[in-house]
Design a protein around this ligand. Structure first.
Ligand code: GTP
Ligand code: ZN
Length: 294
């Protein structure tokens, strides 16, 4: 009996890192009967069959799980953004941050391509939000050393709009990343941009990371009743105010005596953050309990 983390799931095989080796495993039939599939990021108990084949016997309790990409136990989302082309819409960042908060995941915002553009607007928005924000450049290496300790000991999922530099930053952190990803693509006979699977990569500086472009499809998959009910909790910058509103259940949209709106007026909450909140609040409005999947 060994324990390890699933690094990769491909064609019914699970690649489990036990610390000193990566064991290729199949999953016990009971999981399918129970309707559970082991996910990348899962901590599992495995055993070795007499034939030498590994078997996933048990999935240890998950900290969290995501639908697309289907991964588990993410400690933090590293949200890449850029002030240069492609310029990042703060609404994308805010949606990701809200869902991360809902799932008990940390967030770091990286303003990449700062060699081209310092992304002052984005920096202003997040500086006061309580979400760590760091300027980096995969090109010049700026900020990369400061980033390393923030990743150490954690499982981080790198996300952000296409072309923002996720792979480039991962390469700047550890040049073996490109090689590891390249090998997989070659084995599959297609480029990495078309590969659909997710894979964890162990960074030389400590920590594990995954490149997960799929997280931009968050808005459709993870916009659910729970988010609707807890939306204001997921805006960490509202935390000091949202319990101070005059009315219990205040929606922080137009109520009299709303402490969030007061903080907005006083400049304590950035207007762009509150605008994102209003937009999400509107988007979630039509969602009814009966529409919930599963
Ligand atoms: N000047 C500059 N260019 C960068 C930087 N980071 C990435 N790039 C360039 O931006 C382009 C996109 O970078 P990628 O790392 O492929 O972006 P990605 O986010 O992984 O893109 P997808 O895989 O499409 O999601 C490439 O041409 C990079 O060379 C940077 O810090 N500065
Ligand atoms: Zn309020």
């Amino acid at each position: 009996m060994m324990e390890g983390r699933i690094l990769k799931a491909l064609s019914g095989f699970y690649y489990v890192d036990t610390g000193d080796q990566v064991v290729t495993c199949r999953a016990r039939g009971k999981f399918r009967k129970l309707g559970i599939s082991p996910l990348v990021g899962d901590m599992v108990r495995i055993s070795q069959q007499p034939s030498g084949e590994g078997m996933v016997d048990e999935i240890l309790p998950r900290k969290n799980a995501f639908i697309r990409p289907s991964v588990a136990n993410i400690d933090q989302l590293v949200v890449l953004a850029s002030g240069a082309i492609p310029k990042t819409d703060p609404f994308l960042i805010d949606r990701i941050c809200a869902i991360a908060a809902l799932k008990g995941c940390g967030v770091i915002i990286l303003l990449n391509k700062c060699d081209l553009d310092p992304a002052d607007d984005l920096y202003e928005i997040y500086k006061t939000s309580g979400i760590p924000v760091l300027r980096v450049s995969a090109e010049t290496g700026e900020g990369i050393e400061e980033l390393k300790p923030l990743l150490d000991g954690k499982l981080s999922a790198f996300t952000g709009n296409s072309g923002v530099g996720k792979s480039s930053v991962l390469n700047a952190l550890d040049s073996d990343f490109a090689i590891a990803v390249g090998e997989v693509s070659q084995a599959l006979g297609r480029g990495r941009h078309t590969t659909r699977h997710v894979e964890l990569f162990r960074l030389g500086c400590g920590g594990e990371a995954m490149d997960s472009p799929g997280f931009s499809s968050f808005e459709t998959d993870e916009m659910n009743m729970e988010l609707k009910e807890r939306l204001d909790e997921t805006f960490v910058d509202f935390a000091p105010y949202r319990t101070e509103c005059r009315y219990v259940g205040c929606s922080h949209t137009k109520e009299k005596g709303c402490a969030v709106l007061r903080a907005l007026k006083d400049g304590e909450i950035h207007p762009v953050r509150h605008r994102s909140y209003l937009r999400m609040h509107e988007d979630l409005k039509p969602l009814q309990a009966w529409q919930q999947k599963k």
